[in-house]
Write a protein that binds this ligand. Structure first.
Ligand code: XMP
Length: 393
């Protein structure tokens, strides 16, 4: 371990004096006691965050502590995690039924696969097609989970219901509220068709609960009584089952692979619940959804061909609420404008705009304009988060 390195600390309190038997093992310019040790009793304390990426050597410190001080064994593997989780789910659920919403994303797919492994046909998944999905989303999910794993999945086509509810709406927050409420209505109606459901499965990850300071640790840590699906669990008297609640995204991906989920699904970039609605500025219509989907397909195809899909946290197209003048062939055009958004990030809390190669951007722009009717201009978003957000609405 080098004698000097960068670590991440952000706090208002500091220790003024050392307790008896302790010695200072690290200090900074303005924190004379940044780490302490009691060599005889093998007590160690840190006043910085070894677990964050910005603390160089942080993982090394944690490793020393676990294996050299605590003599832990390296027996936590994805397989052992998976086996333990399956046993816990079996114990908790017994012969009852679990219902679960599938979004087509990594988290819910991995959670469902784990629950399915534990209770098989007693898991009932519901996939709500809200008409705001990317091209082919439903078919892919059906292929990857439904057919391959023989999972009970109910597909509900609610596209028209969502479109009707969103008619004429342009305000981003109103869009989100309408979509959230419609989802609950549709999900609840479908869930009521499954008699005897006692649990609601969810793909909640550790970062989702970090701030709720939940207490965990016992064999029933996989079951929690809190609820965050718009009051649904409470209303239907369901208990939540969240088998991924102690995992981070990269671990969920590893688990997904260990469970045999196809890597296309495991490596999917995150996609927001309100879907393409928050990537269409202004009113959502079937026509505008169609335009956005076509540009999005081109974007993803080119990003994949360039070998960049997994390196980017997200990459997508945004349909802007403006039309601009152009010239195609010998004709003047007045058509829609699309923005390309591509970001790198670890956790979506902060993100940097991706430095995509200019040639790639050029190719994407050409294809969008040539292949999608009604598009005559493409721009690239060079805003990081903060101050921007990843999504445009
Ligand atoms: P923002 O736009 O806030 O997004 O920087 C951060 C991450 O969250 C996703 N996102 C959502 N996911 N429901 C979701 O399930 C939502 O309402 C929602 N809004 C944003 C976004 O895609 C990004 O990964």
């Amino acid at each position: 371990m080098p004698s000097e390195f960068q670590c991440w600390m952000s706090h208002g309190d500091s220790a003024g004096t050392l307790p008896e038997g302790f010695e200072v093992t690290a200090a900074t310019e303005n924190t004379p006691i940044a780490a302490v040790a009691h060599p005889e009793k093998q007590f160690y304390g840190l006043q910085f965050h070894p677990e964050v990426e910005h603390s160089i050597n942080g993982s090394l410190m944690i490793k020393h502590f676990l294996f050299d001080v605590c003599n832990c064994e390296k027996n936590w593997t994805m397989d052992s995690f998976s086996e333990g989780a399956v046993e816990q789910i079996k114990d908790a659920v017994k012969d009852k039924k679990v219902i679960m919403g599938l979004s087509g994303g990594v988290d819910s797919s991995v959670a469902a696969t784990l629950i399915h492994k534990a209770i098989g046909k007693n898991l009932h998944c519901i996939f709500v097609d809200n008409g705001l999905l990317r091209h082919n989303e439903k078919t892919q999910l059906e292929k990857r989970l439904g057919n391959n794993l023989d999972m009970n999945i109910r597909f509900v086509d609610a596209a028209q219901t969502f479109l009707d509810a969103l008619k004429g709406v342009t305000d981003p927050e109103t869009k989100r509220k309408i979509i959230g409420n419609e989802f609950i209505k549709v999900f609840e109606a479908e869930a009521r068709k499954i008699p005897g459901a006692a649990f609601l499965g969810q793909g909640t990850l550790y970062p989702d609960i970090i701030e709720s300071k939940s207490a965990f640790g016992g064999p029933t840590s996989i079951i929690k009584s809190h609820h965050n699906v718009g009051g649904l669990p409470e209303k239907m008297q369901l208990k939540l089952i969240e088998p991924l609640q102690l995992l981070f995204k990269d671990e969920v991906r590893k688990l997904g692979l260990a469970l045999g989920i196809h890597e296309d699904l495991v490596w999917r970039q995150p996609f927001p619940g309100p879907g393409l609605a928050i990537r269409i500025m202004g009113e959502i219509t079937a026509k505008r959804l169609d335009i956005l989907r076509q540009t999005d397909v081109i974007l993803l195809e080119e990003i994949r061909n360039a070998g960049l899909y997994r390196k980017l946290w997200q990459s997508f197209a945004v349909l802007l609420p403006i039309k601009s003048v152009g010239v195609m062939g010998d004709k003047r055009t007045f058509a829609h404008c699309v923005a390309i958004r591509a970001v790198t990030s670890n956790d979506a809390m902060t993100a940097d705009w991706a430095r995509l190669p200019h040639d790639l951007l050029g190719k994407i722009s050409n294809r969008m304009i040539n292949e999608v009717e009604d598009i005559n201009r493409v721009v690239y978003d060079i805003t990081s988060k903060p101050p921007g957000t990843i999504e445009w609405e």
